[in-house]
Design a protein around this ligand. Structure first.
Ligand SMILES: C[S@@+](CC[C@H](N)C(=O)[O-])C[C@H]1O[C@@H](n2cnc3c(N)ncnc32)[C@H](O)[C@@H]1O
Length: 300
């Protein structure tokens, strides 16, 4: 057996190829692409490292590396992405769930009691990662997800159907439990809260917040592969916040919260919009990199 034909050698070669363009993420990217091409888990890959890769797998793995070198994000290539420990399907119709958005989940969960039948609304739900994660973590809650993209809604529906609670039983075995999300979530086509006649205890949103003329300067991975509808926040980047903050105030029950993911430079402008709409106790959360990420406001 030649060394370069083992799984281990193939993975090493993929890392070297990917490093030419994606230096920091190359090891993780290579592992995810090889798992996808081989159908093996990371544990299997480690245990079978010295086994022959086979010409079909080598060919498939190289094709995935070539796609990645066009700038296509790994999630878009393999069709899924981990968010808050669960796997979400993704497609060209949605923004890939970002680790930064877990800041919003953490803040929301701190405000949501566990044993209460709460009503949640997610504006611009995309893959459904925010709403479905909150519903998965709060089994008595119900939620409405709204998006302007019908293709995004159909993917969110698929995620609601597929998302399971995975209980690890051992190193390589797990039990998947149904979370009943299909019964607890409604997904609706719409333009933020226009025409929506619902009340909610919490509204969350990660709206598009990039200024239109900055989109051409974004990384190729984002600019070419995330949908423009998920990125473009209008001329100043905060158009969607103007459209959704005051109507959110109307929909919330007294004591309810609005949580908004924001761009790193937008905290001041958006907290002013929240205050003008009547929100109080406005506070800011930063992400793991210390960047302004989430604004929280309370309806008195
Ligand atoms: C930044 S993405 C966020 C997706 C998802 N919530 C997440 O956090 O990964 C913004 C989402 O807002 C949706 N959107 C854009 N304009 C909208 C509008 N006027 N009404 C409702 N949704 C809209 C986009 O289709 C996209 O799915």
């Amino acid at each position: 057996m030649r060394a370069e034909q083992t799984l281990e050698a193939l993975q090493r070669r993929m890392i070297q190829q990917l490093k030419t363009q994606h230096h920091e993420t190359a090891p993780l990217d290579a592992r995810l692409l090889l798992e996808h091409a081989s159908g093996l888990s990371s544990t299997d890959l480690a245990m079978q490292a010295k086994q022959e890769a086979g010409s079909t797998l080598i060919h498939d793995a190289q094709a995935l590396v070539a796609l990645r070198l066009t700038g296509m994000p790994v999630a878009k290539i393999i069709g899924h992405k981990e968010f808050w420990g669960r796997r979400f399907h993704v497609s060209s119709a949605v923004l890939d769930p970002r680790p930064d958005s877990e800041t919003l989940i953490e803040a929301a969960l701190a405000l949501l009691p566990e044993k209460k039948a709460l009503r949640l609304i997610d504006l611009g739900t995309g893959s459904g990662c925010l709403l479905l994660t909150l519903l998965a973590e709060r089994p008595l809650a119900r939620g409405l997800g709204i998006d302007k993209s019908r293709a995004a809604l159909s993917l969110a529906r698929r995620n609601a159907h597929c998302l399971k609670l995975r209980l690890k039983l051992g190193l390589d075995s797990a039990l998947d439990l149904n979370l009943g999300l299909r019964r607890r979530v409604a997904l609706r086509h719409g333009d933020w809260l226009h025409g929506v006649n619902a009340t909610a205890d919490m509204i969350v949103a990660n709206p598009p917040y990039i200024a239109s003329d900055s989109i051409d300067r974004l990384d190729r991975d984002v600019r070419l592969f995330d949908p423009r509808l998920a990125l473009d926040g209008g001329s100043d980047g905060i158009g969607p916040y103007h459209a959704l903050i005051a109507p959110s105030f109307q929909c919330l029950t007294g004591g309810g919260h609005l949580l908004l993911e924001i761009g790193v430079t937008q905290a001041e402008a958006i907290s002013a919009l929240m205050a003008a709409a009547g929100f109080t106790d406005i506070s800011l959360r930063q992400d793991l990199a210390g960047r302004d990420r989430v604004l929280i406001g309370r309806k008195p």
